[in-house]
Design a protein around this ligand. Structure first.
Ligand code: ATP
Ligand code: MG
Ligand code: MG
Length: 379
């Protein structure tokens, strides 16, 4: 069969490969690491850095279509590939998602609210920040993830110190918003502009890293869901996006909805869809790049996803151990996904566990049990 390629060999690439192979495709992965999670399960592993012209040429030669799992893949690499082989998403769209200033400008242009903010690239811009943006969060414009590259600032003195701490690189200062809760929406859009979306996901972060995702999203009524879907559609349309896009949104205490950021790929908060929906976010990614029909995923089970970070691989004394998977797998509705990473490190995403049930209450009960087994905090 034809080969579908992915730039980046992490867990997102691995789950993409699983979905592609289910439809009979072979998979090719470009990653510098010889034993990357996606490379381990693919037919072709192009072992090179992202900018390597030879590596890109080998991918273009081998693949019928190419996508990316790595948010910070150089947009130019995607443009180079697109000149030779169907590539989605496009470099231009990915470039917007890689820069918080461009991202916020796009969100506003689409008529979707985002946090009041200011771009800080110079001393003068730092001094000119409006009082109304404080307290706020200073975020590097590029390369931040999992809460890295951002500092919460109470006042002007803290802001000045934070910009120095972040290396005086271009940053965006955002007003600190009064969040009620966080949601995300995974949308897939085809080359004709038609789109489908996963159900709205409610997300809980711990230490800046996604910890738990729940569907259906508690507290999201039909009207709020429609506003969130509308926001995601506007953004995907505004980007002329082809592929899978995740939009992170905040629901504020006053009930308003604000877009936070986008990820130009399947998203950690959409992993539940493998086990809770009849079409997963990775199935949608495959369909988008292969030009196959998009159908709206149907949520057939309530689900909660727990991220499994490397911390679980260490006992309280700091010795390495393997979590008790047998006990977890004894729970009905437990779907364990381990990414095949050989080295556990604290904060590293090693896998995830989705608990499905016929009702939200049932899924919550199973999560409490799984959390107790793993030594994770409950909901
Ligand atoms: P990701 O791993 O999702 O890419 P990130 O490092 O890009 O994370 P953000 O998603 O921008 O960072 O912010 C991380 C978290 O910080 C958010 O999920 C939210 O909990 C909180 N946060 C970010 N911006 C604001 C804001 N303006 N007001 C209040 N809380 C915020
Ligand atoms: Mg981010
Ligand atoms: Mg985020």
């Amino acid at each position: 069969g034809a080969t579908l390629g992915v730039l980046g060999g992490g867990q997102l690439g691995r789950m993409f490969a699983h979905a592609a192979q289910q439809l009979g495709y072979r998979t090719a992965v470009l990653d510098a690491d010889a034993s990357s999670p996606a490379g381990l399960v693919s037919h072709l592993h192009v072992q090179t850095g992202y900018l390597d012209a030879g590596g890109l040429a080998r991918m273009a030669d081998a693949c019928a279509a190419i996508t990316t799992e790595f948010e910070n893949v150089p947009a130019d690499a995607l443009r180079t590939l697109a000149a030779r082989v169907p590539t989605a998403p496009a470099g231009d769209a990915v470039a917007v998602c890689q820069d918080r200033a461009a991202e916020k400008a796009l969100i506003e242009r689409c008529g979707v609210p985002c946090a009041p903010h200011a771009l800080i690239e110079t001393e003068a811009q730092l001094a000119a920040v409006a009082d109304s943006l404080l307290p706020g969060i200073l975020k590097t414009a590029r390369m931040g993830y999992d809460g890295k590259g951002q500092v919460r600032v109470r006042d002007r003195a803290a802001l000045v110190a934070a910009w120095t701490e972040l290396g005086r690189v271009p940053c965006v200062l955002e007003q600190m918003l009064a969040l009620d809760f966080e949601i995300s929406l995974v949308i897939a859009r085809d080359a004709q502009g038609a789109s489908v979306a996963l159900p709205i996901q409610r997300n809980l972060h711990r230490d800046g890293i996604l910890a738990v995702t729940e569907v259906p999203a508690p507290g999201v009524d039909a009207a709020l869901a429609e506003r969130a879907h509308d926001a995601a559609r506007r953004i995907a349309d505004g980007l002329g996006y082809v592929g899978v896009l995740c939009v992170e949104l905040f629901v504020l205490k006053d009930g308003s909805l604000v877009a936070n950021e986008m990820a130009p790929r399947p998203h950690n908060s959409g992993h539940h869809s493998i086990d809770s929906c009849d079409v997963s976010q990775f199935d949608l990614q495959v369909r988008c790049m292969a030009g196959l029909p998009l159908v709206a995923p149907r949520l057939h089970s309530a689900a909660l996803m727990l991220n499994l970070l490397g911390d679980l691989w260490f006992d309280p004394a700091g010795r390495e151990r393997e979590p008790d998977w047998a006990a977890v797998l004894a729970l009905p509705g437990a779907h364990l996904h381990l990414y095949g990473k050989t080295e556990a490190r604290r904060g590293r995403k090693m896998g995830h566990l989705t608990l499905t049930a016929s009702s939200p209450e049932g899924a919550r009960l199973q999560v409490d049990r799984a959390a107790a087994i793993l030594g994770l905090p409950g909901l």
